[in-house]
Ligand binder design. Structure first.
Ligand SMILES: Cc1cc2nc3c(=O)[nH]c(=O)nc-3n(C[C@H](O)[C@H](O)[C@H](O)COP(=O)(O)O)c2cc1C
Length: 268
């Protein structure tokens, strides 16, 4: 797959706090703004252009690291299952999949827990890639481009992603949720995914599915954190364009839902 961005540079000394959080990172200066991927946490791949060899699985944080803000903005890369010293070596970092924006945490423990969640998402994402599973953003984005609305695109995307085999009748039920139920209320990409989550997690009814309302609440919280709100009327000014409509919202919702599924260990 084509990376969503590439950054190259010589690894410098960071604050060395990452290692105390169990996640030692290789630091690069933030590249110039033009063409730079969005700040946030990403699944990435790292190669050594001067040394050759295979690319290594990684996760990175790009931006201002607001919880421990000392030092300038950086790209901090954590290589999974890799113990060599990286200081002074040239690395090429390919951005593969967006996980979430940076968050200012109240404690190092909360940051540490979220970093472990990011690492679990990255591992799940690489496993899915190795198994040849398509990305949810490609499936849901494909349906949106075919003319389905935001809610339909998410439900159909999740149906294809998880091999749910939903009937045409079931898929049709998403229609009325598009455009925040036609009146700018709760985003259809969010509610379409709630329908997908119901199909994934519920056997016959919610009240016979322990923990289901918590699962829904966690999904809504992930969506809110990643998109900055849950209402169609507040998301449209941010993400809707004349040329592409709400495609950006659909892709962001798809990435968020895929991360949520990978982190919560829902079996597909
Ligand atoms: C996967 C990952 C996720 C991170 N998420 C955040 C975050 O949400 N908020 C934040 O303030 N810093 C975040 N960071 C940055 C850490 O705060 C940073 O690694 C720490 O400040 C250690 O920096 P050092 O490598 O210079 O020692 C993240 C880093 C990684 C590797």
């Amino acid at each position: 797959m084509q990376p969503l961005g590439v950054v190259e540079g010589i690894v410098s000394q960071g604050k060395k706090i990452g290692r105390t959080l169990g996640v030692p990172t290789a630091n690069l200066p933030l590249p110039p703004e033009e063409g730079r991927p969005e700040n946030g946490i990403w699944v990435a791949e790292v190669s050594f252009p001067e040394e050759g060899g295979a690319a290594h699985e990684a996760v990175l944080s790009q931006g201002f690291h607001p919880t421990l803000p000392e030092g300038g903005p950086t790209v901090e890369v954590y290589l999974l299952d890799f113990r060599e010293d990286l200081y002074g070596r040239r690395i090429r970092v390919s951005y593969l999949h967006y996980i979430r924006p940076e968050i200012r945490f109240d404690s190092r423990e909360a940051l540490r827990e979220m970093m472990q969640r990011d690492i679990a998402i990255a591992r799940g994402w690489f496993r899915a890639r190795a198994a040849g599973r398509p990305l949810l953003r490609e499936l849901a984005g494909g349906f949106y481009r075919q003319g389905y609305n935001c809610a339909e695109a998410l439900l159909r995307g999740i149906d294809a992603y998880a091999g749910l085999g939903l009937s045409g009748e079931a898929l049709r039920l998403a229609a009325g949720f598009g455009g925040g139920m036609g009146c700018g209320d709760v985003c259809g990409a969010l509610t379409g995914a709630v329908m997908g989550l119901s199909a994934l997690a519920v056997k016959d009814r919610a009240h016979n599915t322990p923990g289901f309302s918590e699962l829904c609440a966690q999904w809504v919280e992930s969506f809110r954190r990643n998109l900055g709100g849950t209402l169609c009327a507040e998301l449209k000014p941010r993400y809707k364009t004349a040329e592409q409509g709400c495609l950006d919202t659909v892709l962001r919702a798809a990435d968020s839902f895929e991360n949520y599924v990978l982190a919560s260990g829902i079996s597909l």
